[in-house]
Write a protein that binds this ligand. Structure first.
Ligand code: LLP
Length: 387
């Protein structure tokens, strides 16, 4: 499983860096492929979670499709060998340039988020003499019970088309000649650990497909979105996601008709456990009230703790042999000139020193890709372990 022993091998490299364990990635992908193919389900990797080139190549080699949210992601998917027939393009604000690029790439389908967008895609497709496949992203109004910043399927969110607008959608689909309706798309949120949420989603999808069929539309694709969560607290004992239970919910509760395809857009659960952010302790500041470990990585390298109060396990790799010895509590902070630049307060760790190597775990999803150049920081490096 995730092999922290090999990390010290890379520690001669400059820190901070993202350490990728490609073996964990492959085991995860293989578990997902096995569990989904049992029911004939199709998985598109949500590229936004991590578009590191080595990660993309590995995922592509397992035969997954790609779920993209920008023209550049569509371009990268094609460049990395994803089959254009397995590329979908979602997003609430696709620009004309991005739509044109996706039309040129002959992707499988656009997940459309408004009636206006249907009209724009129709216009642009007509100008190219093409017919674009579209799936309607419906806002299911299902509460994902996740952090409110990453919930997406509620009426108050900007995503998708609300059910009271469906008559307008039907009219547009009937009148516009350069779009072809292929199915319906949903996404309720991210880091979902309660599978009951997916049961509610299935029931909603069943209602919605009935609505479309009653209005004379053939629903070929049911796209359930992504969102399956990972265990940030136990990365070593719970490394591979529970794909079996996840897909079984859809097998049990989704009303799949003969000839229909079921699509999934998983991001986080495929990549999160395969990487750690490795950083060095620059300074240990012992105060009267607080002790601080000042790292050479900060919110510019991993923003999740600062943006969503997200928990990531933190380990001192240099002191693993005396991990049981009485430790002390540190606020683990970065070097950025913002008070919010703190990975976590009061982390129990072995007594640490300047130069110690610190691992911040479960950083493979929404880590490297959300890094920024704030404070004119260097771009973070990535290293890969194959074993
Ligand atoms: N499909 C759609 C339409 C999405 O909006 C997303 C994620 C996914 C699929 C993939 O969801 P996943 O399986 O990765 O949960 N930056 C945040 C997460 C934002 C997720 C945005 N949408 C974080 O670091 O937690």
């Amino acid at each position: 499983m995730f092999n922290t022993d090999t990390i010290t091998r890379f520690s001669q490299s400059e820190t901070p860096f993202y350490y990728y364990d490609l073996n964990v990635l492959r085991q995860t992908l293989s578990a997902c492929r096995e569990a989904s193919s049992k029911y004939g389900f199709h998985v598109h990797y949500a590229m936004k979670a991590n578009f590191n080139p080595r990660v993309l190549d590995t995922i592509q080699s397992f035969g997954f499709g790609a779920d993209c949210v920008s023209g550049n992601e569509v371009k990268a998917a094609i460049e990395h060998g994803f089959d254009n027939n397995k590329v979908v393009f979602a997003g609430v604000g696709k620009s004309d340039k991005e739509i044109n690029a996706a039309l040129d790439a002959d992707i499988f389908c656009f997940n459309v988020e408004s009636v206006q967008e249907l009209e724009v895609i129709d216009d642009l497709a007509a100008a190219k003499g093409k017919v674009a496949n579209v799936a309607i992203r419906i806002n299911p109004n299902v509460d994902a019970h996740t952090h409110h910043y990453i919930t997406t399927g509620l009426d108050e969110n900007k995503f998708g088309i609300n059910t009271w607008q469906l008559n307008d959608v039907a009219t547009a689909l009937r009148t516009l000649k350069n779009i072809q309706f292929v199915g319906i798309h949903f996404h309720v949120g991210s880091q979902i650990t309660d599978l009951e949420v997916y049961k509610s989603l299935c029931l909603r999808i069943n209602e919605m497909q009935d609505w479309f069929e009653e209005h004379g539309f053939k629903v070929k694709v049911l796209n359930t979105g992504g969102g399956l969560g990972v265990d940030y607290y136990n990365p070593d004992t719970n490394t591979i996601g529970d794909f079996e239970s996840y897909f079984k919910v859809f097998k049990d509760f989704l009303n799949v008709k003969p000839g229909q395809e079921v699509h999934f857009e998983l991001g986080r659960v495929l990549v999160a456990q395969s990487a750690a952010l490795i950083s060095s302790v620059l300074y240990v500041k012992n105060g009267q009230k607080k002790n601080f470990l000042v790292l050479d990585a900060g919110m510019t390298e991993l923003m999740r703790p600062m943006l969503y109060q997200a928990y990531h396990a933190i380990e001192n790799l240099s002191r693993r042999d005396n991990a049981q010895a009485p430790g002390t509590k540190y606020d683990v902070v970065g070097p950025i000139c913002e008070s919010t630049d703190c990975f976590r307060k009061d982390v129990e760790l072995p007594v640490s020193q300047r130069g110690d190597l610190i691992a911040i775990r479960t950083a493979g999803a929404y880590g490297e890709v959300m890094a920024s150049g704030y404070n004119l920081r260097d771009r973070i490096l990535s290293v890969y372990s194959e074993h």
